[in-house]
Design a protein around this ligand. Structure first.
Ligand SMILES: [Zn+2]
Length: 405
């Protein structure tokens, strides 16, 4: 057990799957029914009692009692019928949903910046601040700078229900940060424990790309969607992949889609391997490619390139199309291997808008096996600048409600 998993005071937890329940005693059946009901809501969004019985596997005879108990305890509440999130027509019953347990703190660590906010139960961001971090030489300096930035927004006075902390790294079970491919000083950071002490509440750690998927599932375009991938495409490439309603973690608790090899003799990647997807479809590739094409440095963003192409710049249009083709390659591989039907693109690529999206879709179509007779749906993230915070908040709420995603 690591020192960060201190047993006293606010806790730090790394989000992960909960243990499977085996054979059950009669008292355990009641708590299992409760857990099934909560899990069904997390999986499907707000549901009527009838739908809840169907989705949870709890019998119609038992569902009333289970729901009454959860309503009495204030765990759930009934939503007005007219504001129903139910996707069924003609159901007069009021859908059930989780009761607001208080505001959630959200912190997203990226290379050079910390994004901090307070998020409400429906994904409203009420307070927000993005702080540039000064260059640091050590983990201790990083911790101090990041904590300063976070404390300018979050503190014990806000009575936060929990704080979600999303960062680019691998964690141990007690929340110890073991490695990071994008922030050198992050391994060994005590930030999660320091943040728990500073806010007086539980800190829930999650990988930044997986957090994006959780945010889409709780608050965004993937509510009730069982299979999808949230792709973060920027200086690096990451993915949060939801399969059969659960976030894929794997036994190593790390998935590195950005480092799938796409070019046998390709360029050296920062991971030490060659020809990774990141060497072909990250902003680093885009900057190098723009330079080779003689385009000005300012053109080396997906947004600026799109504007150039729209203005009729042939070189800009060519680079943009090549970028789209490279982004498409990774998507096609993920689609062929995992049969993921929905990809939500996040990061600076979103600012490139419809023109780039159309090109990515076209390249994916060209590269997808015709025999599959299907293509994935590819969309841009609609929450754009809020998505990181929503993801961190979603990690916190997932832990807080005791459900598995
Ligand atoms: Zn790599």
């Amino acid at each position: 057990m690591s020192e960060s998993a201190a047993r006293t005071g606010p806790r730090v937890v790394a989000l992960g799957p909960r243990p499977e329940t085996g054979l059950l005693s009669t008292t355990a059946v009641a708590s299992t029914n409760r857990a099934r009901v909560l899990q069904a809501l997390a999986d499907h969004g707000p549901l009527s009692r009838a739908d809840l019985a169907r989705h949870s596997g709890v019998t119609r005879a038992s569902i009333g009692g289970v729901v009454s108990g959860l309503l009495a305890e204030g765990v759930l509440h009934e939503r007005p019928a007219e504001a129903s999130g139910s996707r069924r027509v003609g159901k007069p019953s009021r859908p059930l949903w989780f009761t607001d347990r208080g505001p959630l703190g959200a912190v997203v660590i990226e290379p050079g910046t910390v994004d901090v906010g307070v998020v409400g139960p429906e994904g409203q961001v009420s307070v927000r601040r993005s702080v540039a971090l000064p260059p640091v030489d050590s983990t201790a300096e990083f911790d101090a700078a990041a904590l300063d930035a976070i404390r300018s927004v979050l503190g014990p006075q806000q009575r936060l229900a929990a704080v979600g902390l999303a960062l680019p790294g691998f964690f141990g079970p007690g929340g110890e940060i073991l490695a990071s491919t994008t922030i050198d000083v992050l391994p060994g950071s005590r930030l999660p424990a320091l943040l728990a002490a500073a806010t007086g509440t539980t800190v829930v750690l999650e990988d930044d790309a997986r957090a994006l998927a959780l945010g889409q599932r709780w608050f965004g375009q993937a509510r009730g969607v069982r299979d999808f991938a949230a792709l973060q495409i920027g200086d690096g490439i990451g993915a949060g992949i939801m399969l059969n309603g659960r976030l894929h973690r794997g036994p190593l608790v790390a998935t590195e889609v950005g480092h799938m090899t796409l070019d046998h003799d390709g360029e050296l990647c920062r991971c030490g391997q060659r020809g990774c997807w990141e060497t072909l479809a990250s902003l680093r590739w885009l900057r190098r490619r723009c330079e080779r094409a003689g385009l000005p440095g300012a053109a080396a963003t997906p947004h600026a390139l799109t504007e150039l192409a729209a203005d009729g710049d042939a070189a800009g249009a060519e680079v943009l199309d090549e970028y789209a083709a490279h982004v498409a390659l990774g998507i096609v591989n993920l689609f062929h291997v995992l049969s993921i039907p929905l990809f939500i693109l996040h990061g600076p690529i979103v600012a490139a808008g419809q023109r780039l999206l159309d090109r990515v879709r076209a390249h994916v179509g060209d590269r997808t096996m015709a025999a599959l007779n299907a293509r994935p749906v590819i969309v841009m993230d609609e929450n754009s600048t809020r998505s990181g915070l929503l993801g961190a908040a979603a990690a916190a709420v997932t832990h807080q409600l005791g459900v598995t995603l």
